[in-house]
Design a protein around this ligand. Structure first.
Ligand code: ADP
Length: 175
């Protein structure tokens, strides 16, 4: 099974992707985690993306696609944080073909809950200004992908508020 987890920052994509990956025996691929590993290890890519991420922007598509595509596992995956732009979605189709995704799970939560969760999490890119910028970036660059995948009939909307285990059950039931 090939899944994409889509939704605004703070919606719980990473948490839920991990749980669903474990439940279904899929590889969880998180571009956010990959970038954070590069930054922690001080690799050339990590140094290049540090400032962009700290400001709440998006890493250039070419760098992201280059990092991500070799990780695509023919046996199935959960993509978390990729694609985040239309060019990335087209790159995914090109790399895997028309069967790149069976479902796009869209986690939804109110802006109030999103901001509260991110500020509570306290990651380096979770300061108030960065959080605001990430929400704006999401609306502009990533939210249009919901329509893109809706046109393929693979969008599954799941309410992302409530207990973690409840949300995991909702996703598994919807798939
Ligand atoms: P969240 O889901 O909370 O927004 P992530 O951990 O997925 O956070 O991503 C953290 C940051 O990494 C993003 O704000 C962005 O700067 C960068 N990033 C992650 N995935 C991508 C991507 N596909 N394209 C460009 N930048 C990305």
């Amino acid at each position: 099974m090939k899944l994409l987890f889509l939704g605004p920052p703070g919606a719980g994509k990473g948490t839920q992707a991990q749980k669903v990956a474990a439940a279904k025996g899929l590889t969880h691929i998180s571009t956010g985690d990959m970038f954070r590993r590069h930054m922690a290890e001080g690799t050339p890519l990590g140094k290049r993306v540090k400032r962009i991420i700290a400001l709440g922007g998006l890493v250039p598509d070419s760098l992201t696609v280059e990092m991500l595509t070799p990780r695509l596992d023919a046996n199935g995956y959960i993509l978390d944080g990729f694609p985040r732009t239309r060019p990335q979605a087209l790159a995914l189709d090109e790399a895997v073909g028309p069967e790149a995704l069976d479902a796009a799970v869209v986690l939804e939560a109110s802006e109030e809950v999103l901001v509260e969760r991110m500020l509570a999490r306290g990651r380096a890119d979770d300061t108030e200004e960065t959080v605001r910028n990430r929400l704006v970036t999401y609306e502009k660059e990533t939210a249009p992908l919901i329509d893109f995948y809706q046109a393929r009939g693979i969008v599954v909307r799941v309410p992302g508020e409530g207990e973690i285990a409840t949300i995991t059950r909702r996703i598994l039931a919807a798939l």
